[in-house]
Design a protein around this ligand. Structure first.
Ligand code: IRO
Length: 313
C-alpha cells in the first residue's frame, strides 16, 4: 500500500503537512519540515511588513487541543519570498506552499499577491482569508461579498496557482454561499479549516483566562474541532467544482483522524496542534498509523476511498 497523494499535478510521498503557523516561522523551522517525514509544508502566513504579533501568553496547549491569539507574528513577505525562491531553486522536486495574509485588510491582500506575481516564485500560494486574531479586523472569509470582490481583483492580474484557507462555517446556507463564490474562480484548492475563532478557556485553579490578547479569546484547535473540520471538508467537497482540491485541517492527532478527513474528500492533510505538542516525529507516527489502516482495510491507494464517506440512506 502507498500513501502517495496527488495534488495540483505533483505526486507527494504522503498527504501530511504542517498547518500554517506551526513550526514554520523561519528558514530553520522550514528546513526541519523539509527534512521530516511530512509530504509537504507551508510557511507562516506573511504580511507586507514583519510583525511582532500579540503580547504573550498567546498560545497555550490544552488537554483536548490548543488556544491561540498569536496576532499574525511573521518576518514579512519579502523574507518568505526570498526563502521560497531559494528553496524552489535548490529543490524543484519538493513543492511547498507559501502562506499569505493581510494585517490591514483588502488592499494589503492585493498588494501582497501583486508582489508574489511579480516575484520569481512559481509555486503554490495559500491565501489566508481566515485569521481570527487581528483585533478589530473581521475575518475576510466571513464576508462573502468582500471575498468575491477580493478574488475578482486578484484574478485580474494573478496567473500563478493558489488556493484559500477558510474558517469553519456552521450553517448550510454559509456552505452554499462560500462555495458559490469560490466556484466562480480558477482556484487550485481550499483548505478547511482554520482554527475555530474566538473560543475561551478558563484555568481551573486561577479562575482566569490563559492567554493575554483579546481578554483571553482565541482560535481553538485540536480534538475540540475535528467534527467541525470534517463537516467543512465534506460540505465543501460536495459543493465545489472537482477541479478545486481540498486540504483537510483540524483535529488530526491519529491515523484514524487522517483517514476520516480523506473519507470526507481531503487530498492533503495539515497538522497544527499535534505537531506543536509532539514535534516533527508526529509525521512518522501518522504515516505509520494511516498505512496500517489502509492495509487493514485492503486498500492499496488513498484514491480507492478518498471522498467515499457512507451515509445512512
Ligand atoms: O494569530 C495568528 O497568527 C493566527 N492564528 C490562527 O489560529 N489562524 C491564523 O490564520 C492566524 I494568521
Amino acid at each position: 500500500a502507498s500513501l502517495q497523494a496527488t495534488f495540483y499535478g505533483h505526486t507527494y510521498e504522503n498527504p501530511f503537512m504542517n498547518a500554517s503557523g506551526v513550526h514554520c516561522m523561519d528558514t530553520a523551522e522550514l528546513d526541519g519540515l523539509a527534512t521530516s517525514a511530512a509530504g509537504s509544508f507551508v510557511t507562516k502566513s506573511a504580511t507586507a511588513e514583519g510583525r511582532d504579533g500579540n503580547p504573550e501568553p498567546r498560545y497555550v496547549n490544552l488537554e483536548l487541543g490548543s488556544i491561540n491569539s498569536m496576532g499574525l507574528p511573521n518576518l514579512g513577505l519579502a523574507y518568505y519570498l526570498k526563502d521560497a525562491i531559494q528553496r524552489q531553486t535548490a529543490h524543484p522536486d519538493k513543492p511547498f506552499f507559501l502562506s499569505v495574509a493581510s494585517y490591514k485588510g483588502f488592499d494589503e491582500y492585493v498588494a501582497n499577491m501583486k508582489a508574489i506575481q511579480d516575484s520569481a516564485y512559481t509555486g503554490l500560494v495559500e491565501l489566508n482569508l481566515s485569521c481570527p486574531n487581528v483585533p478589530g479586523k473581521p475575518q475576510m472569509a466571513y464576508d462573502f461579498e468582500d471575498t468575491e470582490k477580493l478574488l475578482t481583483e486578484i484574478f485580474s492580474f494573478y496567473t500563478k496557482p493558489f488556493g484559500v484557507k477558510l474558517p469553519p462555517y456552521f450553517d448550510f446556507m454559509h456552505f452554499d454561499k462560500i462555495a458559490a463564490v469560490l466556484n466562480q474562480f480558477d482556484l487550485k484548492f481550499v483548505n478547511c479549516i482554520n482554527s475555530v475563532g474566538n473560543g475561551l478557556y478558563i484555568d481551573d485553579e486561577t479562575d482566569t483566562v490563559v492567554i493575554k490578547p483579546k481578554g483571553g479569546f482565541g482560535g481553538i484547535g485540536g480534538e475540540y474541532v475535528k467534527p467541525t473540520a470534517l463537516a467543512n471538508v465534506r460540505a465543501l467537497r460536495q459543493r465545489l467544482n472537482p477541479t478545486i482540491d481540498i486540504i483537510g485541517t483540524g483535529g488530526i492527532l491519529t491515523g484514524r483522524d487522517a483517514y476520516e478527513h480523506l473519507l470526507c474528500g481531503a487530498s492533503m492533510l495539515q497538522v497544527g496542534t499535534q505537531l506543536y505538542k509532539e514535534g516533527l516525529g508526529v509525521f512518522d507516527r501518522l504515516n505509520s498509523e494511516l498505512l496500517d489502516i489502509l492495509v487493514a482495510k485492503g486498500y492499496n491507494t488513498i484514491a480507492e476511498f478518498k471522498g467515499k464517506l457512507a451515509t445512512l440512506d
